[in-house]
Design a protein around this ligand. Structure first.
Ligand code: FE
Length: 329
């Protein structure tokens, strides 16, 4: 997420005090979450104050502030990041029947310290001139020698790929996953790319035939260039399902406005708010009763992998080491 509008947010922090308020440390784009928080304030009368930064600095700030933190809620992307916050003792468990009902079990912390609010699908994309969907099957298959010189991957430094490999470890075990990742590396068409957009552009340009990316990057590109020769393929549909991750939130360990914090997260999980939560970034609603944005819906439905996304965090260190051993940079 971009580091933006920190000044605006700080001025809000020192602004007029409403009857009730909740302070959110947010690693999400301010312009994207503002309409959401405005709608919540309008409905509940609870003022939402935000401080926006990247997840790393936000976690450091939460640690440094300890019991003095003004933060009531941490809002960020990737289960790996939320797991790290919980693991560092920065969040507290929340017992909420509403969240248990609205958010499927695999998209929230088994210890109830964080809850997925939108789903991000990390699947396969291919060059439509070079390949047809029937050429593709699974993430594991991309290690096959038939893809030599045809695969593009984003850098292993990004938490998205650490989470993906962490989930593959959970599914296949470490030894098999290492063989898969080694196979990917052997098949690379080019050095790992810095971000998912560059990866999709490389596929469009024919630099590689196939790659792995989050669907919302595809959505953003396709909104700009409708005739891009890139297709979306739902991976592992005859196997465990597409690997999903989340954006989500948790109540901070030292929240002063715990009730309002829980109310905000519950509200974000509700049917009326889920489109506001998910559509801002062309993600999928976490609440299965809610339909995605029409563009997102046009890519069809898919089977999600049902392994709890907290495994992305639990296996993060093992995944990082494994990618290093496999020569995935
Ligand atoms: Fe992203």
């Amino acid at each position: 997420m971009k580091r933006i509008a920190a000044l605006v947010s700080l001025s809000l922090l020192s602004g007029v005090v409403a009857a009730e308020s909740v302070t959110v440390y947010s690693a999400r784009n301010d312009q994207l979450v503002k309409p959401l928080f405005d709608a919540f304030s309008k409905e509940t009368g609870i003022e939402v104050r935000t401080l926006t930064d990247k997840e790393g600095p936000l976690l450091e700030k939460l640690k440094a502030e300890g019991a003095n933190t003004p933060a009531d809620v941490l809002l960020t992307v990737d289960a790996g990041n939320l797991w790290a916050a919980a693991n560092a003792g920065l969040l507290k468990p929340v017992q909420s029947a509403t969240l248990a009902a609205n958010i499927p079990a695999h998209l929230r912390d088994p210890g109830n310290q964080w809850f997925g609010l939108s789903v991000r699908a990390r699947t396969m994309f291919y060059n439509k001139i070079k390949l047809k969907p029937s050429d593709l099957s699974t993430y594991e298959d991309l290690a096959n020698v038939k893809w030599k010189g045809k695969l593009c991957l984003r850098t292993s430094k990004k938490v998205y790929n650490q989470s993906l490999v962490g989930m593959l470890i959970e599914e296949n075990g470490e030894a098999k996953t290492e063989q898969i990742v080694k196979g990917w590396v052997a098949n690379l068409a080019t050095d790992p790319l810095p971000d998912d957009t560059k990866l999709l552009e490389a596929i469009a340009a024919g630099q590689c035939d196939v790659g792995i990316a989050n669907t919302y990057y595809f959505g953003r590109l396709i909104e700009k260039k409708k005739d891009l020769p890139v297709g979306l393929f739902w991976a592992n549909q005859q196997a465990g399902g597409v690997h999903v991750n989340i954006s989500g939130a948790g109540v901070t360990r030292h929240a002063k406005n715990e009730k309002a914090a829980i109310r905000l997260i519950e509200w974000m999980s509700s049917e009326k708010a889920q489109n506001l939560v998910a559509d801002i970034n062309l993600e999928y609603p976490a609440n299965p009763k809610v339909k995605p944005d029409p563009l997102v819906a046009s890519w069809g439905t898919f089977k999600q992998n049902q392994i709890n996304v907290n495994k992305a965090g639990e296996n993060q260190v093992a995944a990082t080491k494994l990618m290093d051993r496999a020569g995935y940079r």
